[in-house]
Design a protein around this ligand. Structure first.
Ligand code: NAD
Ligand code: TYD
Length: 357
């Protein structure tokens, strides 16, 4: 048996593949287009491991996907592949529509055709798990209860709208064709291999280089943070025991303002990499905090109610925000060559376009 993972060279997908192979003998076929966010270096520790089969390609390439399904006959497909950065979706939504909607549709068609041809237990046990985000639910008022699976979809950015459309297609394939889907909607992740365009890794790298820590608007927007490996363990549990056709929200009950996140990060960096030891002439990384122009249409608050997942499947996160963030900072401090490689040419173009530096 095997599983087919899409987008497994990205941040969450790579953590998922690494964790899976640390715990299972079951091989992973990893299909990834290697966009700017896909990085084979994330999977370097699997070099020579016959259980990891990497395939360079697009989820929208139905000939390629059908061929992989026929050849490897995986028992499940887990779809991480996506364009994932809200700010990029504001600058250029086209790729988001292409991968997150058209690509998801094409993948659903290819996998459904394969599943229709299966028989017996192989067909009954087959699963298509679609990895999605809490951003599809839109923005919460300060006093509103956290998102549950029955919240209305109210996406506000091209990114969240494209993810919402993908989720609707997945839902419709179950309703219409009985296709055995599972959907997960997770809150903001952080951890190793996070591409430094997102808040936490961007601030770690900028701080260590003595550069400004850009806070959009007033910095009081709230996100609900989850350590990436806790997200991966939730996906494994939903895959094994989730009820077909159901959606499961995943979150760590760590609602924090962006300012709180960055202050905690600065405090940790002050302890683990004191500025003076890096020839930086200030006493705390906090002095780098800089307020910049807000993101257009910036969602004010996200928060996840994960009680369905906790109650039905007994999932619990292992990390608190403090333990997870400490692990994350240590990982970035110990992986300088990964950082050097991902912050080359194309990355610099993005940073200067977004922050004007
Ligand atoms: P990422 O941008 O780091 O990685 C995406 C991966 O998908 C990359 O390896 C990229 O090369 C690949 N990819 C993109 N388009 C592709 C295509 N057409 N065909 C094949 N591969 C393609 O994203 P991430 O943060 O790892 O997110 C993974 C999934 O989890 C996404 O679906 C995202 O919406 C969802 N999610 C992310 C977060 C978060 O905080 N990062 C939270 C909840 C849900
Ligand atoms: P991000 O990591 O891009 O994730 P998302 O937009 O999917 O939640 O952003 C997290 C929060 O941090 C979000 O409210 C936007 C804010 N943010 C900043 O204040 N400055 C930055 O430079 C970035 C990238 C994000």
């Amino acid at each position: 048996m095997s599983i087919l993972v899409t987008g497994g060279a990205g941040f969450i997908g790579a953590n998922f593949v690494l964790d899976w192979l640390a715990q299972h003998e079951e091989p992973v076929i990893n299909l990834d287009k290697l966009t700017y966010a896909g990085n084979l270096e994330n999977l370097a520790s699997l070099q020579g491991d016959a259980r990891h089969i990497f395939v360079h390609g697009d989820i929208g390439d139905s000939v390629l996907v059908s061929g992989l399904l026929t050849k490897h006959r995986p028992r499940a497909v887990i779809n991480f592949a996506a364009e994932s950065h809200v700010d990029r979706s504001i600058h250029g939504p086209r790729e988001f529509i292409q991968t997150n909607i058209v690509g998801t549709f094409s993948l659903l068609e290819s996998v459904r055709a394969h599943w229709e041809g299966l028989t017996g237990d192989t067909k009954a046990c087959f699963r298509f798990l679609h990895v999605s985000t809490d951003e599809v639910y839109g923005s919460l008022r300060a006093d509103a209860p956290a998102f549950s699976e029955t919240n209305r979809y109210e996406p506000n950015s091209p990114y969240s709208a494209s993810k919402a459309a993908g989720d609707h297609l997945v839902r419709a394939y179950h309703h219409t064709y009985d296709f055995p889907v599972l959907t997960t909607n997770c809150s903001n992740n952080y951890g190793p291999y996070h591409f430094p365009e997102k808040l936490i890794p961007l601030c770690i790298l900028n701080a260590l280089a003595g550069k400004p820590l850009p806070i959009y608007g007033d910095g009081r927007q709230i996100r609900d943070w989850l350590y990436v490996k806790d997200h991966c363990s939730a996906i494994r549990q939903v895959l094994e025991a989730g009820r077909v056709g159901e959606t499961y929200n995943i979150g760590g009950r760590n609602e924090l303002t962006n300012l709180e996140v960055v202050h905690t990060l600065c405090q940790l960096l002050d302890e683990l990499a004191p500025p003076a030891t890096r020839s930086l002439h200030f006493t705390s990384y906090r002095s780098l905090i800089t307020f910049v122009k807000d993101r257009p249409g910036h969602d004010r608050r996200y928060a996840i109610n994960a009680s369905k997942l906790e109650g039905e499947l007994g999932w619990k996160p292992q990390e608190t925000f403090e333990t997870g963030l400490t692990k994350t900072v240590l990982w970035y401090l110990e992986n300088q060559s990964w950082i050097t490689n991902v912050t080359s040419g194309a990355y610099r173009n993005w940073i200067s376009r977004q922050y004007g530096t």
